[in-house]
Design a protein around this ligand. Structure first.
Ligand code: DAH
Length: 330
């Protein structure tokens, strides 16, 4: 038996091992024939031989199982080697990609407001008049509709001109308090050096029950945000008008190009407008059935933030798909 066990240990592959097993346990195998002889023996001898045969069988099986495991593993490894793909092919000439500056800017802004517990809401790009205008306190005849050159469809629906309709959708779906931002694409019939028909905005809205929220809250959050985004800039709030906020303010930062000294980009004023904002006009709450609440809202253009932050001189370069632009942001 010992020399059989040695043979098992020395077997080189599963086929050899199987041949050994058959030679011992197969129909005409060594142990099978030995067991067959038992019935010719008397009780005492039968017992003796059976005992030693069973021991041999057990020793054999043990050695067989162990070698079977070892050889199976080897066979698997061989198979894997045969099937392996050669990835070294990709080692050379591999270039890493880069986020488009609009995406990275959007991500930075979203991260900031998410860290302040704002939820991120979405709305459809094809809007209706109610959400894009009416409920934002812009009745049909309101002259402020001209501020936004709208793409209309024949059925009266439109491409949203701003992310503000997501305010309305969120308030209609949710009870106060609301604390949300809404990033996304918007569309206007505008195309020149500083305008593209599609661009991106982020809308912000905070509404609380009672009179908790004031212009002071709006001001402090926007000042903090602009310092986070642009670093050490001066900030000023300038009275303005938006139909859905009262009072309203536009927010300027000192020019990032000339540091406020006056240049072509800031039209010699030293200031750059970056945000629209205000205290939510009570009329808006009527359209969403909110009572006894207070809130503020703000909206900003991502392209403008990206261009000022990265000092990109031409808006159109953001939309040309030229890889040389992206390569600079790796
Ligand atoms: N929706 C405005 C626009 O597209 C931006 C804006 C201004 C949003 C003031 C606001 C806001 O929420 O309070 O020009």
């Amino acid at each position: 038996m010992q020399d059989l066990i040695d043979k098992i240990k020395a077997s080189k592959d599963l086929a050899q091992l199987e041949a050994l097993r058959v030679s011992v346990l197969g129909k005409k195998g060594y142990l099978t024939t030995q067991f067959a002889k038992l019935k010719e023996l008397n009780e005492r001898k039968k017992k003796e031989l059976a005992k030693s045969l069973n021991e041999e069988k057990e020793a054999f099986n043990k050695a067989y199982e162990q070698r079977h495991q070892e050889l199976s593993k080897l066979a698997l490894n061989e198979d894997m080697k045969k099937d392996a793909l050669n990835f070294s092919y990709f080692d050379e000439g591999c270039v890493s990609g880069a986020l488009h500056p609009i995406n990275s800017t959007m991500d930075r802004i979203i991260d900031y407001f998410v860290s302040l517990n704002f939820s991120v809401e979405k709305g459809p790009l094809i809007e209706d008049d109610f959400h894009n205008f009416e409920a934002l306190n812009l009745p049909k005849t309101h002259p402020a509709r001209d501020m936004q050159d709208t793409f209309y469809f024949d059925d009266g629906s439109l491409l949203r001109t701003q992310t503000s309709p997501v305010q309305i959708r969120t308030m209609l779906a949710q009870k106060p308090p609301v604390r949300m931002i809404a990033p996304g694409a918007v569309f206007r019939r505008d195309f020149d050096l500083t305008h593209t028909p599609m661009f991106h905005q982020i809308e912000g809205l905070v509404v609380e029950e009672g009179a908790k929220v004031s212009f002071a809250n709006l001001k402090s959050i926007l000042v903090e945000f602009l310092h986070y985004f642009f670093g050490d800039v001066k900030i000023r709030f300038r009275p303005s008008f938006f139909p859905f906020t009262e009072p309203s303010a536009e927010v300027d930062i000192s020019c990032v190009f000339c540091k406020g000294g006056g240049c072509r980009v800031c039209k010699q004023t030293g200031w750059l407008e970056v945000l629209g904002s205000g205290v939510v006009d009570p009329n808006v709450y009527k359209f969403v059935n909110y009572q006894n609440v207070s809130g503020y809202a703000f909206g900003l253009g991502i392209e403008r933030f990206a261009m000022l932050y990265h000092q990109i001189p031409d808006l159109r370069s953001l939309f040309e798909g030229d890889l040389r632009l992206l390569e600079q942001f790796r």
